[in-house]
Design a protein around this ligand. Sequence first.
Ligand SMILES: [Zn+2]
Length: 649
Amino acid sequence: MKPIRYTIVPKQPAAHLFEVSVTVAAPHPDGQRFMLPVWIPGSYMVREFERNIVTLRAFNDAGRKVRIDKTDKHTWQAAPVKGALTLRYEVYAWDMSVRAAHLDDTIGFFNGTSVFLAALGHEAAQCVVDIRKPDGSAYRDWRVATALPEARGTKRYGFGEYQAQNYDELVDHPVTLGEFELATFKAHGVPHDIVIAGRVIGLDMPRLAADLKRICEAQIALFEPRSKKAPVDRYVFMTQAVSDGYGGLEHRASTALICNRTDLPVTGREEMTDGYRTYLGLCSHEYFHTWNVKRIKPAAFAPYDLTRENYTTLLWLFEGFTSYYDDLILVRSGVIGEDDYLTMVGKTIGSVLRGSGRLKQSVAESSYDTWVKYYRQDENASNAIVSYYTKGSLVALAFDLTIRAQTGHRRSLDDVMRLLWQRYGRDFYRGKPVGIEEGDVEALFAEATGADLADIFANGVHGTRDLPLAELLAPAGIELVPDAGKNGKPSLGARMRGGAECALAAVFDGGAAQKAGLSAGDVLVALDGLRVTGANLDALLGRYVPGAKVEVHAFRRDELRVAQLKLDEPEVLRYKLTVQGGEAQDGKSAGKPGKAGKADKSVKSAAKSAGKSAGKSGGKSGGKSGGKSAGGRGESAAARGWRGRWLGN
Ligand SMILES: [Zn+2]
């Protein structure tokens, strides 16, 4: 089969137009059909990329026009031709995210799913794409960053021809065009590029490279402890640094990331800021996907159907477990300390327990319905759905702690990941593209660990009962303490939109605002006759105690209403994971547990009972002590050792 040839030209950066062509040497004799994907793998929402195709024409190899018709929103059919058929089309690219395509005179970025039409029936053919430089001296220093392999004659980072084995590979290598900062490091012998586009003052690339190397090597060693063989020959982290943005998308040998430029490390400043830790967590997350979802896949993604939703109940395993390991790898590789790690887990627990949607939707259901629910959240989301990312990461935590407790650390969740890798992932792009069936997951966990995990599958994965995390953390000497924050104020039972107006963004099930008849979108104007704004709401609420009654004036649309509202208990925003018998993880001793909301009862009572038994339980001691300062005075060696084996490397 002759290769399918593409060209892509950043033709009019000011108009945000890529000019693309595709040539099929031997089109279908009855007329060649073409398709543009309606979604991009990794981001589970139908986005209708075809809406950005502005003009499209077809030509035969003599350069004469060939009739071409649309047969549905994302499919075209050309009239039969003798010889080669070429389509030329323009793609409007003005989406500064990692999911689509963007072009202006500062940067070009595209995913193949946004710009390359598939020639139907030729998806298995080799693809060659000629990436051209925009005209003009302003673009003299532009380069190309991509994990797409260069064709012969093209220099690394140069414009010219690149190639892919098939269409699936072609659209799995995003491309950045422009001026960018570049650094390369090796992780277990494999070159990894860091590409940062966008202006960043004082960028500390050596530090970034050193930290990413530790993260990547820890992940490679997790999956291939003996051979330390990376799953790729080359990997590219490409980042667009912007004023305000956050996100990443995984690919088989690269990731496209977007972050705040202020999150990136500054030369001469050694501190680990929240922003930098978040950025490293994002890199770690997307890199983990190189194994978990880009090679180990649900059967529903092997292969992807790019024309419609691909349903799987397993995103808790592919996104949730990846969310568990992204931060865990940071602490295991020593990039962050144990205290920081436990703080992050406490935040995740808080964010999951805050939403009553967790009591109505399981993470398996959330996975299946992500196309219309998780990815299309509205004001009712926290009352109706659960995140398979955050809850999924807690499911992973519960599995890991349970396996460790039952096997005395001889087995862990790492063994599950390794068996998944050996059975499904390692050879996925070597002629064995098989994904895991949903019904085979539980048996595989049992095979990998020998542990009894039926409860977590029944209640944590397929059910909506809260996970017994307090009990599971006890052997590690960790107590879960609800924390309403320093100035816990009585709560309206709502999330505010933020900004100058005091508008409700979401109203929680059974909360004070809902009981008072208030709705998302309502704008509060007065509490007990005093004007309330976004700026003074907290100060006003600070004058009341939980249970106090407040007269609220609010606008719904343009109609004023008056409501009597009885204030709720302070909202539990996060949990503190405190190391028992020692110092609290934030360096202070843990205060009295605040009063938890209704939703958090199970954790609170579980924390109490766990506290009683913690002294007795615990795995074998003798493991390495984890992080820097969490091991407090007076703590049992067993608990410290337990934590070390979980969080150490
Ligand atoms: Zn992910």
